[in-house]
Design a protein around this ligand. Sequence first.
Ligand code: ZN
Length: 132
Amino acid sequence: MTHEIRVSTGAQAQLKDITYEVQKLVNESGIKEGLAVLFVPHTTAAVTINENADPDVTIDMINGLNELIPMHNKYRHLEGNSAAHIKSSLIGASEQVIIRQGKLLLGTWQGIYFCEFDGPRTRKLQIKLIEG
Ligand code: ZN
């Protein structure tokens, strides 16, 4: 089964914790053992797994990415959002999480983050849940 969730982002760059939404889909599926494959069908967004205990981590990640990939840097792409395209590929469009005993098998301090790099927008996230 493939599911789609909508993610509304509220800033130009934002890491939004979507762990609850993904776990909810796992609960509804009834799958106890398996795999959740997450896919972002956008070229200026991404998905990643990182710390969800201290919210400052997501701010530091955005600031770190902005230092690494400046907004303006003699880019050729006329749309003006090349930095967002680069960040999208750097972080990646996909993640996989093991499902064990009906729960996403994440570390104690880990959460799943939808990464917006060219917002605010309403985005999609595709989720394939595989039993096995
Ligand atoms: Zn573009």
